[in-house]
Design a protein around this ligand. Structure first.
Ligand SMILES: [Zn+2]
Length: 404
């Protein structure tokens, strides 16, 4: 049976909360006068105008937000997955559902103001205006303030759905948090992820089980690893790092290789869309035009092209950091495998294909040495997050991994 929540893997509690809220929201719409509002509303249903979906990457924050948006627009009020409201929301074409996906390192104030303004208009479909903000932790302070005003006094038919890693003040301001209902998501179990890869994407069960474990229950990465041979090559290169660290020179080489691989991966992911954007803007600006007014237009055009280049650069930096972070997560899991083996913990390794290597590491490093190496990788991630230059952080990590 189709269902808007079907792709939200291993999150039974959250799905229950959201279904109940969607039913309460539908009751609000059905009620035409005050008394019916009182009679029709489910006070425990907890429908409210602002929500935060939190959880680790891959837990399905944006999947949850989209599914809930579909349930709000569903003509049956349930998220049936089949009606036009569900269908267009899930396909990203519903006129009253806006999705903000930050492409650069932050969401700016102008973007947020425009969004808040549009969100205040009457929903054309007669239900709700829904605004989904992915990576709300990347709001600039000014953008956060613009959003806060809207969340404090929400238009009656507007719903904001924010996605963030946590409700820590570093991720989301305390004042915004205080106006929102929080839906915590957890890391889905690898078996649940494998099941959805088989059912939804038709991936071979053995491959699905392996990739779900190797990506630690990250649905999107698991699917990519199963489907994209390039992703497998990149992962193998990362997992070869511990073997390659035979000296200082090798540590620096490994750092360069890791950085360059992340750059190449990021480049490949943005190069096409960059070129398409530039071509579209140049066409819109009538590049190469001559005659009256062409000189003035060219000056304005240069400014717009500069603006586009700035945005593209920010997006490329973000893509590089994301690619590097994925590599570091894989590497951290290798040392975590060594640590659990050294401790004799009864858990399966994340990377079953490098289990022998981790086992050998566990024997020579013991638990203390494995833990120090795991910490070196996590310290590197934290340093990059705190804006240390990636190459410097990665070189420091490789040296620490080599020295142990
Ligand atoms: Zn529906």
């Amino acid at each position: 049976m189709p269902d808007a929540f079907a792709d939200l893997v291993g999150q039974d509690e959250a799905v229950q909360t959201l279904r109940r809220a969607a039913a309460a929201a539908a009751a609000v719409l059905r009620a035409t006068d005050e008394s019916e509002v009182a009679a029709g509303a489910d006070p425990g249903g907890g429908m409210t105008h602002a929500w935060i979906f939190t959880g680790p990457p891959g837990s399905g924050r944006s999947v949850a937000a989209r599914a809930f948006a579909a349930a709000l627009q569903c003509v049956h009020g349930t998220g049936c997955g089949e009606c036009p409201g569900c269908h267009t929301t899930l396909a990203g074409t519903h006129a009253d559902v806006r999705l903000v996906v930050p492409e650069g390192l932050s969401i700016g104030v102008n973007e947020m103001r425009a969004l808040v303004l549009r969100a205040a208009s009457t929903p054309s479909g007669g239900r709700w205006q829904v605004v989904i903000i992915e990576d709300a932790d990347r709001l600039t302070e000014a953008a956060g303030n613009a959003l806060l005003k809207a969340v404090e006094e929400p238009p009656p038919r507007t719903v904001f759905l924010l996605c963030a890693p946590s409700t820590h003040p570093d991720d989301i301001s305390v004042t915004i948090r205080s106006r929102c209902r929080v839906v915590p998501l957890r890391q889905p179990a690898a078996e649940a992820v494998a099941e959805v890869l088989v059912r939804r994407d038709g991936i071979d069960p053995d491959v699905a089980r392996w990739t779900a474990a190797a990506t630690q229950g990250h649905v999107g990465r698991a699917r990519r690893l199963a489907r994209d041979p390039q992703a497998r090559v990149r992962r193998e290169a990362v997992l070869a790092v511990p073997r390659r660290l035979t000296g200082v020179g090798a540590a620096f080489d490994a750092a360069s290789a890791l950085i360059e691989a992340a750059e190449a991966e990021a480049e490949a992911s943005v190069v096409e869309v960059d070129a398409a954007e530039r071509a579209a803007l140049e066409t819109a600006l009538g590049a190469g035009g001559t005659g009256r007014g062409a000189a003035g237009a060219a000056r304005g055009a240069a400014g717009q092209l500069k603006d586009l280049e700035r945005r593209q650069k920010s997006r490329a930096t973000r893509a590089q950091r994301d690619a590097l972070d994925r590599a570091l997560v894989d590497l951290a899991a290798f040392y975590r495998d060594a640590l659990t083996m050294a401790l004799g913990a009864p858990v399966s390794p994340v990377h079953s294909d490098t289990a022998e290597l981790a086992e050998a590491g566990a024997r020579s490093w013991r638990a203390e040495g494995s833990l120090r190496r795991l910490e070196a990788v996590l310290t590197c991630r934290a340093a990059i997050e705190a804006n240390v230059k990636p190459r410097i952080a990665v070189e420091a990590m490789m040296l620490a991994l080599w020295k142990g």
